[in-house]
Design a protein around this ligand. Structure first.
Ligand code: 9D3
Length: 248
């Protein structure tokens, strides 16, 4: 049975959306994963199909009702493996990173709850044991773009989605080294008066590797001091032993 994602949303027409036009889309058509989007509004109990209400305690906006969200969760669980983690995408969630993506991609699939309005009643979040995740410190208009991001990140790690272990090979050279990538160049060797760095044209493979390593380190130091200092700690922990040879 393939990795299965069930998305709970008020905007099911947003799925697969952009995922249908990429590697993930091809993999979906090849049956390497399965996707369904359930309309939360379909689980409303009244004739006006109400999914939200005013927050207790006052304040702006509306909150998604726990009974409606719970019924949607039950339907999602009935669709596939019951051990799938139930993830609620919310700006107050734990920050998504590649280590978590790796864990989630290795499991049976995901159930993703996309919030709209101010959010979801906290009782159903707790009752269903949801994992609350954010994709970053900026404000989206809803959880759907975050769900698409999470799905893209997971699906590219599924077996056969990227060619010949390309995803894991890349993770080892890039992710594990904890460095940003060096800059890339192709023909022409001069474009609008800008030359490609001479070392890349030299054919000296060791020199090229050294230059790329230095560029990766410089750009990581400049742009991501957080990654750079974590790398320092990792180096210290390895104690200078030939544990994990850093990628060139
Ligand atoms: C007024 C307070 N807002 C919190 C910052 C309320 C609010 C803003 C945006 C509530 C929900 C949203 C919609 N965002 C998401 O659902 C969301 C999200 C995001 O905005 N940023 C990063 N990750 C995520 S995951 C889901």
């Amino acid at each position: 049975m393939s990795w299965r994602a069930t998305v709970l949303t008020l905007f099911p027409e947003m799925f697969p959306g952009p995922l249908g036009h990429s590697l993930a889309g091809r993999a979906l058509r090849e049956g390497r994963w399965a996707l369904s989007a359930l309309d939360i509004r379909g689980f409303a109990a009244d004739r006006h199909r109400t999914v939200d209400d005013a927050p207790f305690g006052g304040g702006p906006g509306m909150v998604m009702r726990p009974d409606v969200v719970d019924a949607a969760c039950a339907a999602a669980l009935a669709e596939g493996p019951a051990e799938r983690p139930l993830i609620y995408l919310t700006p107050r969630g734990r920050l998504l990173d590649q280590a978590l993506v790796r864990d989630l991609a290795a499991g049976p699939g995901l159930i993703l709850l996309c919030g709209r309005y101010e959010g979801v009643d906290q009782r159903v979040v707790e009752a269903r044991g949801m994992i609350e995740l954010s994709i970053g410190d900026y404000v989206l208009s809803g959880g759907e773009p975050a769900a698409l991001v999470l799905l893209d990140a997971c699906v590219r790690l599924l077996p056969g989605v990227m060619g010949a272990g390309a995803a894991s090979a890349e993770e080892e050279s890039h992710g594990a080294a904890g460095l940003l990538e060096y800059p890339h160049y192709t023909r022409p060797a001069e474009w609008q008066g800008r030359r490609v760095p001479e070392v890349l044209l030299s054919g000296h493979h060791a020199e090229v590797a050294r230059w790329r390593r230095a560029e990766s380190e410089r750009i990581t130091r400049e742009r991501r001091p957080d990654l750079w200092s974590r790398r320092d700690r990792n180096d210290a922990a390895e104690g200078g032993i030939a544990g994990h040879p850093a990628a060139a």
